[in-house]
Write a protein that binds this ligand. Sequence first.
Ligand SMILES: NC(=O)c1ccc[n+]([C@@H]2O[C@H](COP(=O)([O-])OP(=O)(O)OC[C@H]3O[C@@H](n4cnc5c(N)ncnc54)[C@H](O)[C@@H]3O)[C@@H](O)[C@H]2O)c1
Length: 349
Amino acid sequence: MPPLPSNLAMVPFVSVEHMMGLVHHIGIERLLQDLAAEIENDFKRWESFDKTPRVASHSPVGVIELMPTSDGEMYGFKYVNGHPKNTKEGLQTVTAFGLLADVDTGYPKLLTEMTLLTALRTAATSAMAAKHLAPKGAKCMAMIGNGAQAEFQCLAFKAVCGIGTVRLYDIDPAATEKAARNLAGSGLTVVPCKSSEEAMEGAEIITTCTADKQNATILTDNMVGPGVHINAIGGDCPGKTELHRDILLRSDIFVEYPPQTWVEGEIQQLDEDHPTTELWQVVTGQAEGRKDARQITLFDSVGFAIEDFSALRYIYRAIQDTGFYADLDLLADPDDPRDLFGMLTRAKA
Ligand SMILES: NC(=O)c1ccc[n+]([C@@H]2O[C@H](COP(=O)([O-])OP(=O)(O)OC[C@H]3O[C@@H](n4cnc5c(N)ncnc54)[C@H](O)[C@@H]3O)[C@@H](O)[C@H]2O)c1
């Protein structure tokens, strides 16, 4: 019998079951508020992070991406896919998992599911951005695209921005029914709609969160009136956008990390010298967010590694002293660090 793995071999692993338990233990709205605050704090120290556009492997039907970053103390990465055709095959569009490691030793400190955590962090980031960019006192949001991310977005806007009404639209009425059912009892007034135009009636915030592997036009220019904030989530790959170019030309555009957003975001439709503002500069007060009531603000979200890092570190802290993880025998730990082969040999039955 080989000896049992040592403590050094063990890495906390948060399974999907544990993540769901943790979310309910903390409370989903409180967790979304906490995550928004964590992400905002990390945006305030943006310059202390290593930054690189995510590493994307494209195929005709989807993309698989690795998203690394480090603040010099911890290192994190996420594996994530995006396959819009998947739901037709009974699979999800987006799945993810991620890892947090100690920079000093290089040893992993956490391995976790991130499919749920991605939905939570994306919603928290959107709401944090809207806190800085949306019209003051906004109460109504149009939610276009009612798939996996939708309810998370709606709840984050309620918890962080005080939204009271969501107007739902999806080309597939079954998705709208699902989202309306899930949001019943949330405290939000939920209005299922039959078109994007109907969903946008009276909305001060418009979230687009659709999945399609093409340059789609979810919003056309004539649909967008002055003064709204657009939270565009679904356009996040080369050749995969949601907004008509003319909307971009009328908007003040805010982005996460420009070298990534120019490749993946709505702004891939624009000339490279078109002005954009980095969200972290708004968060730190170095750049202006919303200037006036008639301005259209657009958060051209693609999802950046620092948001995942914030989420990983939050989960790492949150699981301490709880039962919401299992120790995983992830690291080989030979008695003599240089005798890896000996450890293998001695394990032979
Ligand atoms: N920016 C980010 O950080 C971030 C994070 C996660 C996901 N995403 C992206 O968000 C999008 C949605 O993700 P999901 O997990 O909810 O996907 P999903 O497949 O579960 O849901 C997408 C929904 O969009 C609907 N849809 C497609 N075309 C539409 C149209 N023309 N009008 C209205 N609805 C339409 C579909 O019917 C579906 O219900 C994906 O493109 C994904 O890549 C972005």
